[in-house]
Design a protein around this ligand. Structure first.
Ligand SMILES: Nc1ncnc2c1ncn2[C@@H]1O[C@H](COP(=O)(O)OP(=O)(O)OP(=O)(O)O)[C@@H](O)[C@H]1O
Ligand SMILES: [Mg+2]
Length: 286
């Protein structure tokens, strides 16, 4: 189910004093099963782009195609879009409004043609996937939860629908380090099981570890769309866009500068550790 963004521009409040051109002439395709990261400075249009992809905003010009169909065309079954694309907003804790956690997570399943037992199973699965005990959390009010807990409930609500494409806007921003690790493990599992992941993040370490391809937006324009290794290799190019590369990439670069023969296509901590291990083994042999 590829998403094609075809020459899309978007302007907020056109024709008013608040008119803001958020995106201009963006074209990119996200293929089935990809893990794509979106980077860019604040206000560059990242959230606007994913809301267009999810069909929540309509392009001012250009088209968004899902599986070859224009999602904004007359007659397109937009009600089916929610089953295909799950979107987690930048501040998802504000999305919770039901009286219990269970009802909140089940909300997106209301219109799906599933037997009631299957719906409860999905809610249980989704809440357990984000680290809750179903029985202890199901009857609680979402309002009484901490910020991080609310975020996990909101994520469960998106997961319960089991969308083929999962779009996440800064999902780890307010989680603590254990919460981040657990959340990213879950996303990696979903990706391995075939879900397409599109994730906005300011955290280059996370994208360096998990993303396959990076899109870089800059003042409403798509500047780069390339494999993460290629994008992070060019540290100066990223600096010119006021963006950071991951710390493992920086460490690899520093080691090379100090004369240590070290691979330069490292973007994640796992790869960094393997390269250090290879280096040590190389030293022991020689
Ligand atoms: N509802 C809105 N009405 C008017 N302008 C908006 C609206 N939402 C966003 N904008 C403007 O559109 C531009 C792009 O905003 P967007 O939220 O897409 O950026 P972003 O890259 O997600 O930023 P951040 O990293 O801060 O989340 C910004 O100039 C922003 O001020
Ligand atoms: Mg945003």
């Amino acid at each position: 189910m590829p998403i094609v963004v075809d020459n899309v521009s978007y302007t907020y409040a056109p024709g008013t004093a608040f008119e803001t051109a958020a995106l201009s002439g963006v074209s990119v395709t996200v293929e089935d099963g990809e893990f794509v990261g979106i980077m860019g400075r604040t206000g560059c249009g990242k959230s606007t782009l994913i809301q267009l992809m999810a069909g929540l905003l309509r392009p001012s010009s250009g088209r968004i195609l899902l599986d070859g169909e224009d999602i904004n065309a007359r007659g397109y079954r937009r009600d089916r879009l929610r089953e295909k694309i799950g979107l987690l907003f930048q501040f998802p804790e504000c999305q919770l409004f039901e009286t219990t956690v269970e009802r909140d997570v089940a909300f997106g399943l209301k219109h799906l043609p599933l037997p009631a037992g299957e719906k409860e199973e999905r809610v249980r699965w989704a809440l357990e996937a984000v680290g809750f005990s179903f029985e202890s959390i199901r009857h609680q009010s979402p309002l009484g939860l901490s910020g991080g807990e609310k975020r996990r409930v909101a994520i469960a609500g998106v997961l319960a629908v089991k969308p083929k494409i999962l779009i996440l806007d800064e999902p780890v921003a307010s989680l603590d380090s254990v919460g981040r690790r657990d959340f990213m493990r879950l996303i990696r599992r979903l990706h391995r099981e075939g879900t397409t992941i599109i994730m906005i993040s300011h955290d280059a370490d996370i994208l360096g570890e998990y993303a396959q391809r990076i899109l870089v937006l800059d003042r409403g324009k798509l500047r780069l769309a390339a494999p993460v290794k290629e994008v992070f290799k060019d540290i100066a190019g990223m600096e010119a866009l006021n963006l950071d590369v991951s710390r493992p990439r920086k460490i690899a670069h520093l080691l090379q500068k100090k004369g240590v023969p070290f691979p330069q296509d490292i973007t994640g901590y796992g790869e960094l550790l393997r390269a250090i291990k290879n280096l040590r083994e190389g030293c022991l042999i020689s």
